[in-house]
Design a binder for this molecule. Structure first.
Ligand SMILES: [Fe+2]
Ligand SMILES: [Fe+2]
Length: 393
């Protein structure tokens, strides 16, 4: 494999072309667990090497799960039935959001993300001097990039929720799942409408997000689909939505996020109750360990790999190397907060479903994520409480 030293000595143009492939190989070899690597590798090839999400054509993914029917219609899970009732009562219409509010993504008075989200001094240290207007434009690009990834994640959540509704064995879970499909459809609607009518910019799906969605949609095991989408992707998204909700100075987006967060709180709650008993009672130790390792690797992938390369390609491809950009993003104050806070919601849920055993805890400790281990899980926190907590902070 090409070392960083060899890369450093290549002409910029050649380096620029081969660097994404080197990164793909580095990512695969960084995945320590052989089983996880084996299960993710085909998705890795489709996402990172073939870049299937960026070809400008629809992507077709075969699904391999079993559809579970029950002709006796049991009331088999009271907590899920309660969530179903709450979900019906809390439905809302995306048209009712304050779309009349004029949004200028470059307006410094009402910034989508804070002025100092990125460390522009560090960029100047690399010889790149942006004007005030360019800095605001770059901030706007980064905000569009984040919202675009939320949108792509929501499309993944929409189809995963439909699959999980088919595959889950609890009948009350199927009824609840039907409401989640509606919720996710609405989230696709409002994020897309916001990007289209307010930001006027949509970025392609990040390769790493594509890899995770591709792996989940095609996995035949319902509980891995659940774990991946309802706990990992939705849990991290909930943390990210909450952070943006707190950071943004744009009132329309704040209202949109507030509504979405309340739905997502139910989704993660459902994921936790569906998996809690299954992991503790139904799986062998070996199977549980496998899921524990998978969750840890995916958590790291999601933390370390969302580096806005799509923004880099648009702005700095001829001025910085990908490695320099990755460092710049990693060190940026705004992204640093996101990377940490995203895990605030996830780690307590992993504990709740039994995937934070003494065996895996040192790994989370080394990754700096154990500080969240004693936090409230989704079963202990409603959407309203979550918003109240965000408003109070
Ligand atoms: Fe959603
Ligand atoms: Fe969701």
């Amino acid at each position: 494999m090409l070392s960083d030293k060899v890369l450093d000595n290549l002409p910029h143009e050649i380096r620029r072309r081969i660097e994404p492939y080197v990164e793909a190989v580095q990512l695969m070899t960084a995945t320590k667990n052989a089983k996880v690597l084996k299960s993710m590798a085909p998705s890795g090839v489709r996402g990172l090497i073939l870049q299937r999400g960026k070809q400008g054509v629809p992507t077709k993914m075969p699904s391999n799960h079993e559809v579970y029917f029950d002709w006796t219609y049991p009331n088999d899970q009271p907590e899920m039935r309660e969530l179903y009732t709450r979900a019906k009562e809390q439905q809302w219409n995306g048209d009712d959001l304050p779309w009349h509010i004029d949004v200028d993504p470059e307006n410094p008075e009402k910034p989508i993300i804070p002025r100092h989200f990125m460390d522009y001094d560090a960029l100047r240290g690399k010889g790149i001097k942006l004007t005030d207007l360019e800095e605001r434009r770059l901030n706007s690009s980064v905000a569009s990039w984040m919202l675009s990834q939320f949108l792509h994640g929501e499309q993944g959540a929409l189809f995963a929720a439909a699959q999980v509704t088919e595959a889950v064995q609890f009948f009350d879970g199927k009824l609840y799942g039907a409401t989640q499909v509606v919720d996710e459809g609405r989230h696709v609607e409002v994020f897309h409408r916001y990007l289209d009518s307010k930001m006027n910019k949509l970025y392609q799906i990040n390769d790493n997000l594509f890899v995770i969605i591709d792996a989940l949609i095609q996995d035949s095991r319902w509980d891995v689909k659940f774990l991946g989408m309802q706990i990992m992707v939705e849990g991290l998204a909930l943390g990210a939505f909450g952070t943006l909700y707190q950071m943004t100075g744009e009132p329309m987006l704040k209202q949109l996020l507030k509504m979405v967060i309340q739905d997502e709180a139910r989704h993660v709650h459902y994921g936790v109750i569906a998996l809690r008993d299954h992991f503790r009672q139904e799986l062998s130790d070996r199977e549980r360990r496998e899921r524990e390792d998978w969750a840890f690797e995916v958590a790291l992938l999601m933390r370390n790999r969302f580096l806005s390369f799509e923004v880099y390609e648009e702005w700095f491809e001829h001025k910085l190397t990908r490695k320099e950009w990755a460092q710049f993003v990693t060190d940026s104050p705004g992204f640093a907060i996101f990377r940490q806070v995203m895990f605030k919601r996830l780690v307590p849920n992993l504990r709740e479903i039994g995937l934070l055993s003494d065996r895996i805890r040192p790994h989370y400790e080394r990754a700096g994520l154990m500080q969240y281990a004693d936090g409230a899980s989704a079963t202990q926190l409603s959407g309203d409480q979550m918003i109240a907590e965000l408003d109070a902070a």
